[in-house]
Design a protein. Sequence first.
Length: 298
Amino acid sequence: MAAATAHLLAFLSVLTTMAALSSVAAGGRMTDQLDILWGPTQLLNGSNGGDDQTIGLSLDRVMGSGFRSKTSYLFARIDIDIKLVPGNSAGTVTTVYLMSEQQWKTHDEIDLEFLGNLTGQPYTLHTNIFANGSGGREVQYRLWFDPTLDFHTYSIIWSSDEILILVDNKAIRRFRNHWDVGIPFPVYQPMRLNGVLWDADDWATQGGRVKTDWSQAPFTAYFRNYRANGCEPSGSAWVCGQGPAPGGGDWLDGGAAGLDDMKRQEQLKEAEDMYMIYNYCTDSKRFPGGFPTECGLA
Ligand SMILES: *[C@@H]1O[C@H](CO)[C@@H](O)[C@H](O)[C@H]1NC(C)=O
Ligand SMILES: *[C@@H]1O[C@H](CO)[C@@H](O)[C@H](O)[C@H]1NC(C)=O
Ligand SMILES: *[C@@H]1O[C@H](CO)[C@@H](O)[C@H](O)[C@H]1NC(C)=O
């Protein structure tokens, strides 16, 4: 319990810091906010004075590629537009994730992984949440559009109350903070946004049966319009932005795109009914002795 108490104390001091809010700007050039780290990448500058940059991450036989946000955030709303690898993308995984940097044992992570597929076969959006070092909270979706034809907006809203995952501003997944009953939730470790394209043909496509066709390489996914409204380090404190999130509203209080909770619940229900293809909370083969505690909580 000592660890939990320490987390809670750290969390309370974060809240105290957040009481003194000022504004942190969001938007701007991708390269002002992201470091392109490794692998075969491209930076395409648009015509709009550089504000419409696009980053291409590629995967070839030798390696994948990745970028990472220059800042870490302690709670944030992140939006990024992605156009996924077209055609035969089997074996490839395009991923954006928030991850804490220290203490692997107790690391926190919020994952969106796009699992490629054969030409004409649907991508899977695989989501997972790690808190205090443990994950295993997988929920998967089929998208309601072809994510390779155009850019679509994928968002993570991470507040002290909940994590929301949105696709084109529609909430598809919610994970609430239930620290009160001892379920870990990321509240005390800052996280950075990472974007990576890699090869995972041992498991990604149709359970690993379909392998990467390297004759199609290099594979490329494009990212643009990165927006982060978050709490960022400023001297010894954390300062939270309240910039205009897409859809309006204050990301920290207003939650998903400034939508009221009813609307958000409708969206989550629709995602569950129509687009969800796997949920760890209903996988009774995996949890014969009973589901994880959070599965029974609203
Ligand atoms: C794009 O803009 C960046 C930053 O100004 C510059 O370093 C880079 O060379 C430009 N790339 C291209 C392909 O024009
Ligand atoms: C958090 O992780 C630590 C280290 O692994 C562990 O000792 C502790 O029990 C965990 N806390 C909870 C609430 O799971
Ligand atoms: C790929 O397509 C097959 C057939 O439609 C489907 O069963 C599978 O879930 C799709 N996605 C992945 C990542 O394998």
